[in-house]
Design a protein around this ligand. Structure first.
Ligand SMILES: Nc1nc2c(ncn2[C@@H]2O[C@H](COP(=O)(O)OP(=O)(O)OP(=O)(O)O)[C@@H](O)[C@H]2O)c(=O)[nH]1
Ligand SMILES: [Mg+2]
Length: 242
């Protein structure tokens, strides 16, 4: 009789899901994230939702943090990372940031975890395939972000605004305090690269709700543009200082 060889257990990873009014999708996203090998803690940060996002997240098995008032995506990510640090008590495991609207497709995020858990790179970023539903934007924010990141670091991002990222604690700390609001992804990329850490984009089969052409979609893109512009301007200023 042969004894089975013990398999090394995957490195523990904590997932952080910033969420605003995601009652319809959050349970499916949490279930998918909990199924990713190595993920043993899922923190949902409910950023002042007006719906039942927090209750549903709790029922789905997530640890829930709640902002009584809306403070933006970056603040939610900071709150989530702080919760993980409290649970970790010094262990400093990698963080996997996940948008709340991915539902079942979030199960495919495992490909982001292994390069960071294995120490090959310090941050992975998901590249999404074309979405079933066409987006309402014309690519202004994406181009602003891509050009800004390239100007500051020389790095060419394929999808500079992608929110699905896995970071070592060192990488996360390098980008703290995070750039505000929707500038957070651009800030993370610039700050992690500026610290000499390694970043890799990884194709990942993900599907999310895409903002349309209606006024909500336009407002979302206007806010994104403002926050990305501010994140880049702050980093240019920082670099220009002697
Ligand atoms: N903390 C926080 N999270 C938010 C807020 N608005 C949206 N989110 C979350 O941020 C994630 C991304 O938001 P989306 O609205 O899907 O934005 P997006 O996918 O970047 O934008 P599009 O590709 O243009 O649709 C989701 O998990 C949302 O629940 C907010 O005001 N605060
Ligand atoms: Mg989305």
């Amino acid at each position: 009789m042969t004894t089975p060889t013990p398999q090394p257990s995957p490195v523990a990873v904590a997932a952080v899901i910033p969420a605003k009014d995601e009652a319809e999708r959050i349970a499916a996203t949490i279930a998918a994230v909990r199924a990713i090998p190595g993920v043993d803690l899922v923190v949902v940060v409910d950023d002042g939702s007006a719906d039942a996002t927090a209750d549903i997240a709790r029922e789905a098995g997530a640890a829930v943090e709640r902002h009584p008032r809306n403070r933006g995506k970056a603040a939610a990510m900071t709150t989530g990372a702080a919760r993980v640090a409290r649970e970790d008590s010094g262990a400093a495991r990698p963080l996997l940031f996940v948008d709340a609207d991915l539902e079942a497709s979030a199960a495919n995020l495992g490909v982001l975890v292994s390069p960071v858990a294995g120490g090959e790179v310090d941050m992975t970023i998901a590249i999404l395939p074309p979405q079933k539903q066409a987006g309402g934007g014309r690519g202004f924010v994406v181009r602003l972000a891509r050009k800004g990141i390239h100007g500051l670091t020389g790095w060419q991002a394929t999808q500079p605004l992608s929110g699905m990222r896995c970071l070592s604690r060192t990488a996360f700390d390098a980008a703290t305090p995070l750039a505000r609001g929707w500038g957070v992804e651009v800030g993370l990329t610039v700050d992690v690269l500026a610290r000499g850490l390694r970043v890799r984009e990884v194709p990942c089969e993900l599907h999310h709700r895409v903002s349309g052409r209606d006024w909500r979609g336009q407002l979302h893109r206007a806010r994104q543009y403002r926050d990305v512009w501010l994140a880049l301007a702050a980093r240019r200023l920082r670099r220009a200082r002697p």
